[in-house]
Design a protein around this ligand. Sequence first.
Ligand SMILES: [Mn+2]
Length: 318
Amino acid sequence: MKELKEYVKNADDIVIAGHVAPDGDCVGAVIAVYRYIHKLFPEKRLTPYLENTPKVYDYLDPDKSIIKSEIPEEIGMIIALDSSSVDRLGEVANEFRKKKATLVIDHHVSNIGFGDINIVDKEAGSACEVIAHMMSDDDIDVKIAEALYTGMVTDSGGFRYPATSKDTMNLAGRLMEKGIDFSWIMDRCMYSRTYHQAQLLGRALLESILIMDGKCIVTTVTKSMLDMYETEEEDTEGIVDQLRVTRGVEVAVFIRERAEQEYKVSLRSNNYVDVSKIADYFEGGGHIRAAGFTMRGSLHDVINNITEQISLQIKSKE
Ligand SMILES: [Mn+2]
């Protein structure tokens, strides 16, 4: 595979962008690519651009000096990372459509290759894995390794999801050799919570209900709960995964109130229910084991409509 430096060596004024509502893979990818280009070509003007980076990834940009939230006037090249389509790029999408020099690096199955150059490895567990393959060992320093490792850990759910491969673990080993604090990164991204997040999680679990003979678990977080525990929507991260590991459960449903009669729904399944089909039905998106969508109406109707679709799939397997 051609190295990343070959693609960028003749470009300047490079925007390095990820998707809206960035996750660990997205933030890790943007920071790793920024640090790599900056290290090899310090004279190049770079704009790593992300909208609303979750606080949990602050350690990748501790002085808040790297990630920008404004798009520059001059753009010579745009690199889109971990984004399955141009629409996912938020404010950068318009610029992306206008530019000739665009590079897409991604791992989503649904990516049709919307850039001028597309490096899309649909087998890879994370965008950071694809990126790591494009960097020679000598060019990866501890800071780059830390960012790549963050993406690999978070997109694989701590090296648990099926997309985790021998290749994932070999790459992770290469990054460990750079001296990263791999235990700390795992703890920070996968396990640690603020006290308020822990309280909110506790409340969500306490109010969860088991239905369909214990095969489905549902819980809701309302706006007033978020206020009560001094939390924001990003603090609900991880609640659905905690629901999923309840013994006997096949499908976990996590609902959070966005606005009056508007709910964001996250689904996870363990073995046989294809939650991407349910998300498709409600005009959302995702994968077989993890998907999401937005619904409008009363909470009662929202829950009824979702559980009806889940029940159809569970019944067909019985
Ligand atoms: Mn990803």
